[in-house]
Design a protein around this ligand. Structure first.
Ligand code: CO
Length: 158
């Protein structure tokens, strides 16, 4: 496993639409391992492939201690709205208030190419929709209000 460098806001890599993964193979699994390691090392709650320079539709996240890995994710359903502060590893030191779904149901492939579905309320829809946005070149700062410097209280970035 290896740590990967995180691409920062301003780099056009973050603004491109990532491509579908056509085959879930060992290469992809190594990338996912690296992404999880990089996310953890940077105390993030999520990390999308474009954030480490990979134009692939996949991301990793950690929700309630569980690692989520989703390849070629699709949003099946959303419901309601919640407004929370969020940050991003590609926009270090900042937070902003973003409207996200209150409930989300998302499917994708796991690291073995099997279909998986995640659904829930609370933090899950925030992280999953934030990471999904990265795959379409969207940053939370495009949607946020009140973007400001984060207090250094250990808030997790995504
Ligand atoms: Co982010």
């Amino acid at each position: 496993m290896a740590l990967r460098n995180i691409v920062l806001e301003g780099d056009e890599i973050l603004r491109k639409r990532a491509r579908e993964v056509t085959e879930v193979n060992d290469k992809i699994r190594i990338m996912l391992d690296d992404m999880v390691e990089t996310m953890k090392a940077n105390h993030g709650a999520g990390l999308a492939a474009p954030q480490v320079g990979l134009f692939k539709r996949m991301f990793v996240a950690e929700v309630d201690g569980e690692i989520i890995e989703l390849i070629n994710p699709e949003i099946l359903e959303t419901e309601g709205i919640q407004e929370e502060d969020e940050g991003c590893l590609s926009v270090p030191g900042m937070i902003g208030t973003v409207e996200r779904p209150a409930y989300i149901k998302m499917k994708g492939l796991d690291r073995y190419g099997q279909e998986v579905v995640y659904e829930g309320t609370g933090f899950l829809p925030i992280v999953l929709s934030h990471e999904y946005d990265h795959l379409d070149g969207i940053l939370y700062t495009d949607k946020a209000t009140n973007i400001r410097e984060a207090d250094h209280d250990g808030d997790e970035d995504r």
